[in-house]
Structure formats: structure tokens, C-alpha cells
Design a protein around this ligand. Structure first.
Ligand code: PA5
Length: 431
């Protein structure tokens, strides 16, 4: 199981307050498990790792096997919860410099997560000479960004491959019975996987929404779900040792003591999108009724050279949650140099991993001494098992945290405000 280390945050709170918060986290977990809390009927994601997933895994695997030798590129179309989990997982698992054709799997690219014309026209150009497939993911089937991307990409596909071949090149993941994408899948005969009605977008990475892209990219979804099931063994227990409860208790205390921002930190470029996934999970689950911590991200050590000054010495409004991970088995060792002109000979023989670790420890000491509490989470390494575990850990921590705040973890009513304005500006006919 992942390790949660809290001593550099606990020293900012009293034992009495911590114990009280832990009790409140236990009550919140009971509410979550009972399904009786606000939005409680949307807790279908809780059991996903241990549900009977054999058919879903077999379907994803079958599609992956069918596509792996036929498609140069697979475009995943989706936004928000229908995008960030898969994007995060694929960035984490992939070789940093893998490009099309180097692995025995299609090159995976994403679309429908912005309205950028530049991006879309580049993508259309890139696909022109490629054999490609589309995986369209949208629970509602009506989200403007992804629906528009699908319409544009589908048109290019039909023009190039014809209607019949296009039918075999499109797979949808959508609500089991509702929405435009479900209707289109039925009308045009697209293979379609279902997202259960009681699983919301940002809690859906352990459903077909995450599993299909991960399988098509050639990664092991059984191991991924195994990691999540391992987390499930630990984070649903009503106990003082439950890491999800300890984490939820501490972040709630941080909020109540006046902190406004939780900064999620990584030390590996491959984990950049973990930060993006976390931002959505926490912001949409907690940021309501004028409450909630604002989730921000830092990529370290990169950002120590940009916002490090502020963290160390600006407004004391944040605490940090760092996600640390062991490196690969292949070591990169600092070589010796004949002239030592760069003055780095004192590091010869060190591995980059050890230097990264030293940077992490030094940063934690500096920031805590500057009044920024630090929680950290240690993964053995970045792979399917550990990421499955991490996703589930954060989902439970987040839902418990939202219940501790007294808000519904599973809705996002305020997102409608921007959508309605946009629709008005675009002249959408009223329904
Ligand atoms: O968490 C959520 O429910 C949202 O962020 C959605 O995932 C996002 O708006 C995309 O919605 P859909 O999957 O319906 O296209």
C-alpha cells in the first residue's frame, strides 16, 4: 500500500484537534459507505475495483487486440472526468519519448478537451495519412467541446474511409441508456461501452472511461484494477490507521486553520497530469457553497525556479501534498569529469534519483520552516499497480473530505453557469 507521511504537517496542529478531525473523518466515511449522504446515490465508483469486471476487462482487451495492429493512432475524445484520468495514467505509464510506431501499440492522442482551432487543425493534418480510430468518451453525450470534436473528426473519417469502415473505427463510452452519444451509437452501430449511471465523471477512471484507453495503449488494466482493489482493502476501514482518513482529517484541519490552497507536488514530469486530475477531483467535489481548498499544482524541481520564492516567503495561505515515487531500475549516474570546471565532482557517482530525493527533502524542510505544512505520499514506483492504488486512495479521501465540509462531493452545479452563457452567445435553440 502507498505510504502517507504526515509528521511535517502534524506539527502544525494539536493532537487534540487532530484526533477530533480523525473522528469526524470516520463519521464522514460511514456516511459515504451508507450511501445516505448528499449525492449518496452516486457512490457506484466505491465498489468498481472489486465488482465483477471480467466482461469489461475482456471487452477492453478485445478492442485493444483488434486495434493494436491496425491503427497507427487512436484519438481519445473527451473532457474533464472523461479525459483527465486516462491522460494522467497514460502519461505516467508511457516512455517519456515514445512516439508513434515505437511500441507495439497505437500512438494515443487526445481531442475534445478544448475549443482551440489551431489544435484541431493540426490534429486533422496529422491524421491525414494515418490509419486511426476514435474513442469518444462522454457520460452525458452532450458536452460541447467533445461533441464538436467528434462531429469534426467523424466527418473527416467518413470522407476518407467511407461509412462502413468508419463504423469499425469508432468506439463510444457513454451512459448506459441516456444521451446523444448513446443514441448515435445505436443508430450507427458503434461498439459502445457503458458507464454506470451511479458513477460520475471525475470518479470514473476505474470504469471503461479509464480502462479502455489504457488497454488500447497497451498497458495492463488487470494490474491497474488490482492496485485499486489493494487500496480498497485499506481505505474503507473505520480505523485510526486508514491513510485516506488521516489525510482527509489533516487537510480539513488545514482548511479550518485558515489555509486556502492545497498545492499538489510531483518530482517527475510523468506525474504532471496527476496534478491535473487531482485539481478536477478536489475542485469540483469540494468547491461549493463558498467553501473548499483551492487545488493548485507544482512540478518540481522545475517550479522552484519560478514560484518557489512565493511558497517560501509569500502569503501563508497554502499547505503541500507531495506525491513521491521511486524511479525505474535503470540508474543514471553522475559521471566524473577530467577538469571539474562545472564544480560538480562532489556529486560524481550519485544517481539522479538520489539527487532528486535530496531536493525533495531539502524543499520539504525549507517549506515547513517557512510555515508551509507538508504531507507526502510515497509510491514504490510509477506503474499500473501503484497508480490504480493512488487513484482509489484520492477518490475516497476526496469524498470523505467533501462530507467533512458538509458539501455534496458528486455534483458540480456551478459549472452550468458558464455553459448557459456560452450557449446563449452561440444562439443554441432552447429545448
Ligand atoms: O466530473 C464531472 O462530472 C465533469 O467534469 C465531467 O466529467 C465533464 O464535464 C465531462 O462530461 P461528459 O462526460 O458528460 O462529457
Amino acid at each position: 500500500m502507498l505510504e502517507l507521511k504526515t509528521e511535517m504537517a502534524e506539527k502544525f496542529v494539536s493532537a487534540k484537534d487532530y484526533n477530533a478531525a480523525l473522528e469526524s473523518a470516520k463519521s464522514a466515511l460511514k456516511v459515504l459507505l451508507s450511501g445516505q449522504g448528499r449525492g449518496g446515490k452516486m457512490n457506484g465508483w466505491l465498489t468498481l475495483p472489486k465488482d465483477d469486471n471480467s466482461k469489461l476487462i475482456a471487452d477492453c482487451q478485445m478492442i485493444a487486440n483488434r486495434w493494436i495492429n491496425v491503427m497507427d493512432v487512436v484519438v481519445i475524445v473527451g473532457i474533464g472526468g472523461s479525459f483527465l484520468g486516462a491522460k494522467c495514467a497514460l502519461e505516467a505509464f508511457s516512455h517519456s519519448f515514445a512516439s508513434a510506431g515505437e511500441r507495439n501499440a497505437p500512438h494515443i492522442v487526445f481531442a475534445g478537451y478544448s475549443l482551440s482551432e489551431d489544435y484541431m487543425s493540426d490534429l486533422l493534418g496529422y491524421l491525414k495519412k494515418k490509419s486511426y480510430g476514435l474513442i469518444v468518451i462522454s457520460k452525458s453525450g452532450t458536452t460541447l467541446e467533445s461533441a464538436l470534436a467528434f462531429r469534426i473528426l467523424r466527418k473527416q473519417m467518413i470522407d476518407r474511409f467511407g461509412v462502413e469502415d468508419t463504423r469499425r473505427r469508432i468506439i463510444t463510452v457513454t451512459d448506459q441508456s441516456n444521451g446523444a452519444l448513446r443514441a448515435m451509437s445505436e443508430k450507427y452501430g458503434y461498439v459502445s461501452l457503458s458507464l454506470p449511471g451511479n458513477v460520475g465523471g471525475r470518479y470514473s477512471v476505474l470504469s471503461a472511461v479509464g480502462l479502455l484507453p489504457i488497454a488500447v495503449a497497451g498497458f495492463n488494466i488487470e494490474t491497474f484494477m488490482g492496485g485499486a482493489a489493494e487500496a480498497m482493502n485499506h481505505v474503507l476501514e473505520i480505523s485510526d490507521d486508514n491513510p485516506a482518513l488521516r489525510y482527509a482529517a489533516l487537510r480539513n484541519l488545514m482548511y479550518r486553520s485558515g489555509k486556502k490552497i492545497e498545492v499538489f507536488i510531483n518530482y517527475h514530469p510523468k506525474l504532471k497530469y496527476l496534478g491535473e486530475w487531482l485539481k478536477q477531483l478536489f475542485a469540483e467535489s469540494e468547491g461549493k457553497e463558498h467553501k473548499g481548498l483551492f487545488p493548485a499544482t507544482l512540478d518540481l524541481t522545475t517550479d522552484l525556479h519560478s514560484v518557489g520564492q512565493y511558497i517560501q516567503d509569500g502569503e501563508r495561505i497554502m499547505f503541500e501534498t507531495a506525491i513521491l515515487a521511486g524511479s525505474k531500475e535503470v540508474e543514471v549516474i553522475i559521471p566524473s569529469s577530467s577538469d571539474n570546471l562545472d564544480g560538480l565532482d562532489y556529486l560524481k557517482g550519485w544517481t539522479l534519483e538520489n539527487i532528486n530525493r535530496a531536493a525533495e527533502e531539502g524543499t520539504r524542510m525549507a517549506h515547513t520552516s517557512g510555515g508551509v505544512p507538508n504531507i507526502y505520499i510515497e509510491l514504490e514506483k510509477i506503474d499500473e499497480w501503484n497508480m490504480g492504488m493512488l487513484f482509489y486512495f484520492f477518490e475516497v479521501s476526496c469524498a470523505v473530505s467533501a462530507y467533512m465540509l458538509g458539501v455534496n462531493p458528486f455534483d458540480q452545479p456551478a459549472v452550468e453557469v458558464y455553459k448557459n452563457n456560452l450557449y446563449k452567445l452561440l444562439g443554441r435553440p432552447s429545448k
